[in-house]
Each structure stands twice: as structure tokens, then as C-alpha cells.
Design a protein around this ligand. Structure first.
Ligand SMILES: Nc1nc2c(ncn2[C@@H]2O[C@H](COP(=O)(O)OP(=O)(O)OP(=O)(O)O)[C@@H](O)[C@H]2O)c(=O)[nH]1
Ligand SMILES: [Mg+2]
Length: 525
């Protein structure tokens, strides 16, 4: 850990100065830094961000003096954790010479591997001490290699495997809001983004630290969890200010991804049409621009991995100015595409076919319903935001004749404004609908919330005037009595899109609504 000679030297200098004195030693025992504190504490200089080495130790240990024989402090242990130091040791200064020694290092699995985290703060660490430096019974090298092996083993058994095995990024999901449902949905989003949840950290109270998102204690917990579970990325269930994300990254060495970035990442993976790709890339660039630091030359932060995946063939390895140019070019393209879309919309209106637009919360079964109604094969999956691009299909109604049915991007509670703006163009088409089929997953425990969230967005998008028919989907999973009650309450039709049940009744109800609309307009179709 430390030679007796060095320990005695530190103690004597420390006694002369009346201050704590410390050294940062590399693995091979070389002095990397010398630090002088005051009588009670020592502040470690900026030892640089640990990039790409997350889950590993820094390869530096701190050996410093304590003037009053006090044990390792909370601050000492926090430094150990946040800076990922190999170990931290204090040497007592007794009559100008080295006295007792105490050493602490990280406990590989404070909970005995149950994955529940440390029961108490102290459980995160192992400590040992000796009345004299040369009597300390710690084999530094052996302890470190055992520790590193144990950490790798835990990381290997946590989740579905290591990144090396699955090739997927491992992330820590950080819940800032105490809302369980919100957190569960965040986990669903993370799953839909195709990354692996290596662990989770939650706060009990909703409190956002103005500077680093979470306070120092939580920061430490996140770093420890990240190390144990080999996660290099923290995904938050809220949006972060650019400066907060940066401060968090500087303090932890982990990459911070917020809720909007997470959703954009999913969108980037799903976009198929030119329209969708352009809108997503534009939103991503606009969102990341204020989040880039001067240090991010080459934009390493933007390239690769979650939050850094673009929808198109675009090169993200470009400078800030190039990003601005790219934003302008994309904005022009959005305009051009929107004109083309207008032409298409006009043509569709001229064809004078009634338009039924399927809307609803993400994963409600909108695409499955479109497929069931029109015998098509739009991709449907148990993932959030599977569909991004609107798709239209024709369908023959018994009385009304041909109608157009369109499927759209799903809605989400608290959809960030930036995303609503990004998709305003696509969603504008909804204004042409003669009837909105609002699909709700009837088996969802959050049924009422989701119904309300969609209604709220409908109002926000100025679609409130359009007639809506609520479709209670996934009826196969709900008891009949409950369905009947809900059908009455919401003037709705229950169906099972997957099992193609209730579709006749749905078509009938939709036709009636359309007929009513035509009557009101005074012109029978
Ligand atoms: N049990 C049951 N599952 C259904 C039903 N309809 C759809 N699903 C399932 O629900 C999941 C989501 O279906 P999608 O059609 O992709 O949902 P969506 O609303 O288009 O979702 P996004 O495009 O992601 O917003 C899929 O796994 C479907 O198989 C149904 O009637 N019953
Ligand atoms: Mg869909």
C-alpha cells in the first residue's frame, strides 16, 4: 500500500506544516500527485475525466495524513467512490512520525450479490487498520486483482450478460421522479431503444439538484452502481438542462442521456421515410447543439451508442458550425417535403374519400388494428414507438364505399415539446381526418391516464373539433362485464385487433359516425 519510508516522510512534512498531506500513487507505486490540504481535509486535484474506462478503477490510490488520529471520513470515502480510486489510506501523525494506518476500498457486492444495493452507506466499503504502517495486513496487488475479478463477475451475471456477449450497451436507469408508473414507462422506453438495463437507481423524493441533477450522495451511488454493473451510460426519466448533463458527466465520468434524447434515439431507429428521417435528425441536432462543449471536438459524445445514433446516412462527426449548416439544410428539406405532402393531401381530399385516422397511446395496438381492418402488414410489435411514419391504406365499407385508414406515430404522456414540434408536420395530416379512431389498450392499468393523455395532445394539436370514436382494444384480455361498462361510459366499441374480433361492429359504428358527419355537412356522400 505504502512504504514505511514514504509514510514517515508524509508524516513529518505534515507535522511541519500542520496540514494534511497526501500523494496519489499509481499502480506501480510512483507518485503521480502531491496534495496539501488543511488541518482537517484534503482536496484532490482534477485528475482528469475517466473516459471509456467506466467499470474499472482509475489505477490511483490516495495515501494521506490525518493529524488528529480521526478515522477515514465520509469525504474520504466519497473521493474513493466518485474518483474511482483504487484505495484510500490515512496515516496518523504522531509526534512528527507515522503512527497508525487505516485503509478502505470498495466492497464488490455490498448486498452479497442480491442486486438490491447497499443496506447502509458503510456497506459500500471495506476497511481495515493497523496500529503501525508496517503491520498492515493488506496485499494491495492481490486485493485489487481479486476486486476487479469480482466486479467483472458480478457485471457478467447482472442482467442478460456483458456488453461483450450481447453487443448491447449497458445502461443505468436513474429515476428522479418518485412515480412508479412513470419509471416503469421509462424502462419500457429503454427496452424499446434496444439497450440493456444493467441496473436502476431511484430517488425517493422528487428533487432535482440544480447543478448535477442529483446530490453528492446519489452521484456516488450511481458511480458505484455503474462500476459494479459495468454501465457507462445513465438514462434519466426526466429532461436535463445542458449544463446539468455536463456537470453530471464531469462528476461521474458516465454519459448522461435524458428522456427526450432517449425518445429521439428510438425515433432515429424507427424512421423509415425520408420525411421521418429528416424530422428526427433535425430534432436531434437542435437538441444536441447546446449540449456540446468546446471539449467535444470531434463530437465523440454524439457518435455511436445511445443518443448518438442518427436515422440517416448522415455523418455526425462534424463541427459545431457544420451542424448549424446541416440544420439549415434539413429545415429547407422539411419545407420541401411538406409542400410535397400538401400536394398529396390535396389529391387525397380531391378523391373525396373519407379519412379515418387511427390515433392512440404508443403500443395500444394501432398498427395491429390497421392490419386487421385492411389486411395489410404494417410492422407491429410489443415496443414503444414501433410506428413512426404515417401509413395509409384503403378499405371498403359496406355502405360508405371506399375510405382511407391511416396509422400514425403513437402518443406518450408528457411528450416533450421538442418532439411535438418535430412531428407537427406529420401530425398535421390528422387535421384532414373525418373521424379519429382513438385506440386504447383496455387491459392497461393506466387506461384512464393514457386516454386522458391522448385527449390532451388532441387538444394541443387543434384536433378537438374532429369526431372521435374510442376503440377499446385488447378486449381478449379484459372481462366482458368491465368491457361493457367501459363501452357505455366512453361510447366506445370493444375489439381485439389481434384476434380480429369485434371489427364488424367497429366498422358499423365508424360508418354511422361518418354518416352523421355527412348529414351535418348537408351533403350525403
Ligand atoms: N392481446 C392483444 N394484444 C394485442 C392486440 N392488439 C395489439 N396487440 C399487441 O400489442 C402490441 C402493440 O401493437 P402495435 O400494433 O404495434 O401497437 P401500436 O399502437 O401500433 O404501437 P406503436 O406503433 O409502437 O405506437 C403488439 O405486441 C401486438 O401484438 C389485441 O387485440 N390483443
Ligand atoms: Mg404502430
Amino acid at each position: 500500500m505504502v512504504s514505511l519510508e514514504l509514510a514517515r516522510h508524509l508524516a513529518s512534512v505534515s507535522a511541519d506544516l500542520g496540514r494534511q498531506v497526501g500523494v496519489l500513487l499509481t499502480r506501480d507505486g510512483a507518485v503521480r500527485n502531491v496534495v496539501v490540504g488543511d488541518a482537517h481535509k484534503i482536496e484532490i486535484p482534477d485528475v482528469g475525466r475517466l473516459r471509456g474506462g467506466v467499470g474499472r478503477f482509475r489505477g490511483l490510490r490516495l495515501v494521506h495524513t490525518h493529524l488528529r488520529g480521526e478515522p477515514l471520513t465520509h469525504d474520504d470515502l466519497t473521493d474513493l467512490a466518485l474518483l474511482r480510486l483504487d484505495m484510500v489510506a490515512k496515516i496518523d501523525v504522531e509526534a512528527g512520525d507515522a503512527g497508525g494506518i487505516e485503509v478502505a476500498w470498495l466492497a464488490p457486492s455490498p448486498d452479497g450479490g442480491s442486486g438490491e444495493g447497499a443496506a447502509t452507506y458503510e456497506d459500500n466499503f471495506q476497511r481495515t487498520s493497523a496500529p503501525e504502517v508496517h503491520r498492515l495486513d493488506v496485499d494491495f496487488e492481490a486485493t485489487m486483482s481479486a476486486l476487479e475479478e469480482e466486479m467483472a463477475r458480478i457485471a457478467g451475471t447482472a442482467g442478460e450478460g456483458t456488453a461483450g456477449e450481447t453487443g448491447r450497451e449497458r445502461v443505468l436507469v436513474v429515476g428522479i421522479t418518485p412515480d412508479d408508473e412513470h419509471f416503469a414507462e421509462t424502462l419500457e422506453l429503454v427496452r424499446s431503444a434496444g439497450v440493456e438495463v444493467a441496473g436502476t437507481v431511484r430517488q425517493k423524493r422528487y428533487k432535482v439538484h440544480p447543478k448535477t441533477v442529483v446530490g453528492r450522495g446519489k452521484l456516488q451511488e450511481i458511480v458505484l452502481e455503474g462500476m459494479r454493473r459495468r454501465a457507462e451510460v445513465a438514462i434519466f426519466d426526466i429532461d436535463l438542462k445542458p449544463a446539468q448533463a455536463r456537470a453530471f458527466e464531469d462528476a461521474t465520468g458516465m454519459k448522461a442521456i435524458d428522456r427526450t434524447q432517449l425518445i429521439l434515439d428510438i425515433f432515429a431507429q424507427r424512421a423509415r421515410s425520408r420525411d421521418g428521417k429528416v424530422q428526427v435528425e433535425l430534432a436531434q441536432l437542435k437538441y444536441s447543439l447546446p449540449r456540446l462543449t468546446e471539449k467535444d471536438a470531434g463530437l465523440s459524445r454524439l457518435t455511436g451508442g445511445i443518443g448518438g445514433r442518427g436515422p440517416g446516412e448522415t455523418v455526425m462527426e462534424v463541427g459545431r458550425r457544420r451542424i448549424r449548416d446541416r440544420i439549415r439544410a434539413l429545415e429547407k428539406e422539411v419545407e420541401k417535403l411538406s409542400r410535397q405532402r400538401d400536394v398529396r393531401r390535396r389529391r387525397r381530399r380531391d378523391a373525396d374519400l373519407p379519412i379515418l385516422s387511427i390515433i392512440g397511446y404508443t403500443n395500444a395496438g394501432k398498427s395491429t388494428l390497421l392490419n386487421a381492418l385492411t389486411e395489410s402488414e404494417v410492422e407491429a410489435a410489443d415496443k414503444l414507438f414501433q410506428t413512426l411514419d404515417p401509413t395509409s391504406r384503403r378499405l371498403r365499407f359496406p355502405r360508405e364505399g371506399e375510405v382511407i385508414v391511416t396509422d400514425t406515430v403513437g402518443f406518450l404522456s408528457d411528450l416533450p415539446d421538442d418532439l411535438v414540434t418535430a412531428f407537427r408536420a406529420t401530425l398535421e395530416e390528422l387535421a384532414d381526418a373525418d373521424l379519429l379512431l382513438h385506440v386504447v389498450d383496455a387491459s392497461d392499468p393506466r387506461f384512464d391516464d393514457k386516454l386522458a393523455a391522448v385527449e390532451e395532445l388532441v387538444a394541443q394539436l387543434d384536433l378537438g373539433e374532429i369526431d372521435r370514436l374510442v376503440v377499446l382494444n385488447k378486449a381478449d384480455r379484459v372481462p366482458d362485464a368491465e368491457l361493457a361498462a367501459r363501452e357505455r361510459r366512453h361510447d366506445a366499441v370493444a375489439v381485439s385487433a389481434l384476434h380480429r374480433q369485434g371489427l364488424g361492429r367497429l366498422i358499423e359504428a365508424a360508418e354511422t359516425r361518418l354518416g352523421r358527419k355527412a348529414e351535418l355537412a348537408g351533403a350525403p356522400r
